[in-house]
Design a protein around this ligand. Structure first.
Ligand SMILES: NC(=O)C1=CN([C@@H]2O[C@H](COP(=O)(O)OP(=O)(O)OC[C@H]3O[C@@H](n4cnc5c(N)ncnc54)[C@H](OP(=O)(O)O)[C@@H]3O)[C@@H](O)[C@H]2O)C=CC1
Ligand SMILES: O=C(O)C1=N[C@H](C(=O)O)C[C@H](O)C1
Length: 261
């Protein structure tokens, strides 16, 4: 099929030139395939560990998709921003301090866009929004995230983000701490505390990426569950971000605004 698009300052009809950082990884290899298959994107660089990021510049990448490791993501984003390359970041582990650093680099290059997506799956983005909506109606809220055992970070970026939006919605509604009489506890038994919301991380062979947000109040509970059974579930979101990033300079966190949510 003829490759053609209108975004990222490409001449009309020419595809968006994309480089994938972490190209041999579980997500990176899917992204390589998705970018190669899409009619309006062209894969111009595949960066693996120990490869120089200059391959992005040499390949003429307009957009980089960053899918590596929490230890390397920030350096890679910085390189891209400084070289005028938009970055779609899927790697988890970027906290407030790291986002602030990205903002400070973008201040020097205001034409560049960085989209940090805690989760590219449409169902996961919707489930975070549903959780945000539900949060004010329930006195208790906890999150269980379940992933494959090769995952480096816990809790997942999605769970951390979900906890933050739930916590903010609870605070806005004037809800205090969730009821919990625990006074004697084995370390970790009540999960991690993210902004006052408990997050429990399960790592198990056979899983890909799953999350339940549990809400409870007098006499009822609500569970919002999302399952990614295959990493192909993330690719429509990756491509959406690649297509949109040229018209979204600065830092965007989450795909919500790209989906009109
Ligand atoms: N936002 C989302 O929707 C999703 C995000 N993720 C996140 O994406 C990230 C990658 O996940 P996944 O693909 O499962 O992990 P993998 O370990 O399978 O892939 C990461 C790849 O990046 C490589 N790598 C590590 N450091 C660098 C570097 N500095 N430069 C170039 N390549 C590097 C690794 O090489 P080597 O093997 O040699 O270490 C590996 O090939 C994680 O943070 C994960 O949480 C995952 C799924 C969905
Ligand atoms: O490592 C993974 O696999 C995933 N990482 C992201 C996260 O940390 O939330 C997104 C998804 O959960 C898969």
């Amino acid at each position: 099929m003829q490759k053609g698009c209108r975004h990222v300052n490409s001449p009309v009809g020419s595809p968006i030139k994309v480089g994938v950082i972490g190209a041999r990884g579980r997500m990176g290899s899917e992204a390589v395939r998705a970018v190669g298959d899409a009619p309006d994107t062209e894969l111009v660089a595949q960066i693996n560990r120990d490869d120089s990021l200059s391959g992005l510049v040499e390949g003429g990448a307009q957009v980089a998709v960053e899918l590596t490791h929490p230890d390397s993501v920030l350096d890679n984003v910085r390189f891209c921003v400084e070289n005028g390359i938009h970055v779609v970041v899927g790697t988890s582990g970027l906290g407030q301090a790291e986002l602030d650093a990205v903002r400070s680099w973008l201040a020097e290059r205001p034409e560049v866009g960085v989209i940090v997506a805690p989760n590219f799956a449409i169902g996961a983005v919707l489930s975070m929004r549903f959780a945000e909506l539900a949060a004010r109606f329930f006195e208790s809220a906890e999150i269980v995230e379940l992933h494959h055992p090769k995952k480096a970070d816990a809790p997942s970026g999605t769970a951390a983000r979900t906890a933050q939006v739930v916590a903010r919605a609870r605070a806005d509604a004037g809800l205090g701490d969730a009821p919990d009489a625990t006074t004697k506890e084995l370390d970790g038994a009540r999960g991690a505390d993210v902004d006052g919301v408990r997050v429990h991380s399960v790592r198990m062979s056979g899983l890909v990426a799953h999350q339940e947000v549990l809400f409870g109040t007098e006499g009822e509970t609500l569970t919002i569950r999302h399952d990614s059974y295959d990493r192909r579930s993330f690719m429509p979101g990756v491509l959406l971000a690649v297509r949109e990033i040229g018209s979204r300079p600065g830092l965007t966190v989450g795909l919500d605004s790209l989906l009109g949510l």
